[in-house]
Design a protein around this ligand. Structure first.
Ligand code: ADP
Length: 294
């Protein structure tokens, strides 16, 4: 089983001919509303990859909250440990222009109110893997990682979006997933290779996702492999990292080795680029058919 402690947002994706300048009013060419937030996206991705998933987080008491909880439940994710708090549900306004350039406004809302040890119980720690990102208060991320580690639960940290980490978080992490930008930012080193080696000295397993080039991974400080994703023509790469992380967590919880889980997650990430928006993580069956297993 996988527990995801993370953010849930209501995304409003607006299409514009070009992004507005300060003081300017721009008429959009379309508006789509849907579930988002790295935590929610990764929980759904893990469930579609076959894991029993519990989501831990917070939403408001508004209609956006109902939509997010409904989406989680429709995807068989347990919402028993989602708190309902005063204040708005987290949200993001994503502006995308004709060139594919974007600008994003995030309101943390309820996500900013997830306490250091959510729920007051440790029921959410009855799992094989805890998956964390950086869209909750940093003290919450740290405390959850430390609590999981002390219970012998494997801690997966997706250090996204790129941000400084609280002291002690890397030390409580068993497996770190970063993209190229996050890898460089976290290590504070310009060369990707040096940055990755630096992180691999500090965390037992490090996976660096490389977009269309796939991923490389390190175990015990050494580079163990680099693999490409299956060849696809991407339509929209939003949420590819989330699909990758959710799938990776699901496969590790199922007992896969790191290499097996990375191979699976590469396919999940690539397939997620075949649809628009963030809610594009593929099912176990579709990943298996690409992998040629049944
Ligand atoms: P993020 O979305 O966090 O920036 P990446 O861009 O590294 O992360 O993508 C994560 C994973 O998604 C990759 O490892 C790969 O499996 C898949 N992916 C992303 N972009 C592409 C692409 N253009 N073609 C095929 N797979 C892709």
């Amino acid at each position: 089983a996988v527990t995801v402690v993370g953010s849930a947002n209501l995304d409003q994706i607006v299409r514009v001919v070009r992004l507005p300048a300060p003081g300017e009013t721009v008429t959009t060419t379309g508006l789509r509303e849907g579930p988002g937030g790295k935590g929610l996206n990764q929980a759904v991705a893990a469930a579609r990859s076959g894991a029993a998933v519990t989501f831990v987080g917070a939403v408001g008491r508004d209609s956006g909250a109902d939509l997010l909880l409904g989406h989680l439940r429709d995807n068989a994710v347990s919402t028993r440990h989602v708190a309902r708090v005063d204040g708005p549900t987290g949200s993001a306004i994503v502006m995308v222009d004709d060139e594919g350039e974007n600008a994003i406004l995030v309101t943390s809302g309820a996500n900013g109110q997830v306490p250091p040890l959510p729920d007051g119980t440790d029921e959410w720690l009855a799992c094989d893997v805890v998956l964390l990102q950086l869209e909750l208060p940093s003290r919450t991320v740290l405390q959850c990682a430390v609590a999981a580690r002390s219970r012998g639960v494997r801690v997966l940290l997706n250090a996204a979006p790129a941000a400084p980490l609280p002291d002690g978080l890397l030390e409580a992490t068993d497996l770190l997933v970063v993209n190229e930008t996050e890898c460089r930012t976290l290590a504070g080193v310009e060369s990707l290779e040096s940055a990755a080696h630096e992180l691999a000295r500090r965390v037992p397993v490090v996976v660096v996702t490389l977009g269309a080039r796939g991923a490389m991974w390190f175990e015990d400080g050494r580079l163990r492999g680099e693999l490409p994703p299956p060849a696809v023509s991407p339509v929209d790469t939003t949420g590819a990292g989330d699909a990758f992380c959710g799938a990776l967590a699901a496969r590790l919880a199922a007992g896969d080795t790191v290499e097996e889980a990375v191979r699976f997650a590469l396919v999940a990430g690539a397939l997620s680029t075949q649809g628009h928006g963030a809610d594009t993580a593929p099912t176990l069956a579709s990943v298996r058919s690409v992998l040629g297993v049944t």
